[in-house]
Design a protein around this ligand. Sequence first.
Ligand code: KIV
Length: 257
Amino acid sequence: MKDFREMKRRGERITALTAYDYPTARLLDESGIDIILVGDSVGMVVLGYEDTTLVTLEEMLHHTRAAARGVKNALLVADLPIHTFDTPEQALATARRFVDAGAQAVKLEGGTSHVPQIEAITRAGIPFMAHIGMLPQNVREEGGYKVKGRTQSEAQSLIADALAVEKAGAFSVVLEIVQAETAKQITKALSIPTIGIGSGEHCDGQILVTHDLIGLFPWFTPKFVSPEARVADEIRRATRAFIERTRNGSALSNIQS
Ligand code: KIV
């Protein structure tokens, strides 16, 4: 495992993307990404659920096994899905199942409220990535994906969360949709790196859902993402070309030879 604290100290930015299958994980790994996350975002961008709250442990383990087969150099982190870490004992048992599936580290959503779960995982020697700010597993209670850390009291409570997860042994912390100035303050307050998603430029690294980065989920793109490719358009183009050449008979020579 790379020394992510040392990267922070040197001012070297950390790069992270999601993958849920073998080819994507292998392509990201071969491209030199530092961290690959098997995120529970798989529920939305691959499985077609409305949000991440329907993702099951078995689904996450299945995708973790597939991604693990494609990774040689990056750190493979897996997300603990909702209600698989309600107690410290359950969190540790779930984390162990991900390690058995090929993950090298695990992540769960929560700050101060989840310190006992985080400590159970880190004390067992399993590397742990924290996740604070907007927590997608709470989207139903919160009524949407809202920016966190806008008010003084929200900023203070996020800083307290960040310090608590660092103390509990996290090696890094994802800051999701945190107001940029608050993300900067958290980044300064910690010795572990912050990995931002929609949280401005002052984090020690950045993470994105790969489908957003490459334009593979064209029906919704978060405001903070600038896609680098339009893979959905390419799929549509190739599909139409195949339909066309099959219908007019020009594909037959390919099929026979
Ligand atoms: O599930 C996921 O992809 C995540 C990232 C958005 C950080 O948790």
